[in-house]
Write a protein that binds this ligand. Structure first.
Ligand code: CA
Length: 230
């Protein structure tokens, strides 16, 4: 599947030239000529990278970049005719990934596009393939696969037990009241009350603690609640 690039550029001849070169390199390219339509396309279309001109009719490139960043983390290459603008973009910290001043050679643009595309792929790829794991002493929680291992042995957890354990383990040494835990893990419509929390804590302890009368992981703070000890 070819990668899709969005060019937001009001000078049609420049946009067309960029498009030709990028298409020759195997990219799918779409062009928008105003900031407003460009922003819309960036947010609605499934684009992999945006080439964004700074001076645009309507919403300018600064604003478009800012708005894209609020929603998406795709690479944004900003293009400007003025060197001073590039400094301004940097100063504003809009989150653009790269800056190119006009005039630039199309091959330079293609090279930068490819580099950013590759870097982004690596970033996204590593997020997809790496499971999110929490490890605390003998306990390993695989958040992605929703599995729990105690000293290397997998233990079966119900959805709420898993959510509760994960929440506590992600906030170690923080004392939560039963009310807080109930509100956090159970949605408001749930049948049950804070006694549910006590029952779940008991079940989790039976699975993770060596001796449930002397918990090493989830501590009871009398009169307050629970905390995950690290
Ligand atoms: Ca322009």
């Amino acid at each position: 599947m070819s990668k899709k690039i969005l060019i937001i550029e009001d000078e049609v001849s420049i946009a067309e030239l960029e498009k030709d070169y990028l298409e020759l390199s195997g990219f799918e390219v779409m062009i928008e000529t105003t900031g407003d339509t460009g922003l819309l396309a960036a947010l609605k279309e499934n684009v992999n990278l945006v080439i964004l001109d700074l001076m645009l009719p309507g919403m300018d490139g600064f604003e478009v970049c800012k708005r894209i960043r609020e929603e998406k983390d795709i690479p944004v290459l900003m293009v400007s005719a003025k060197k001073e603008d590039i400094d301004k973009i940097r100063g504003l910290g809009l989150g653009a990934d790269d800056y190119i001043t006009k005039p630039f050679s199309p091959s330079e643009l293609v090279a930068r596009v490819k580099a950013h595309m590759a870097r982004y792929e690596r970033l996204v790829g590593s997020n997809i393939h790496k499971n999110e794991i929490i490890e605390i002493r003998g306990i390993k929680i695989d958040k992605t696969a929703r599995r729990v291992y105690v000293n290397g042995e997998e233990k079966a957890f119900t959805t709420k037990e898993f959510d509760l354990l994960t929440f506590l383990a992600e906030n170690p040494n923080h004392v939560f009241t039963k009310e807080e835990l109930f509100n956090k893990i159970w949605d408001m419509e749930s049948i049950g009350d804070i006694a549910t929390v006590t029952v779940h804590i008991k079940k989790i302890r039976e699975k993770i603690e060596f001796d449930t009368s002397k918990p090493q992981y989830i501590e009871t703070i009398w009169g307050v609640g629970y905390r995950f000890k690290v």
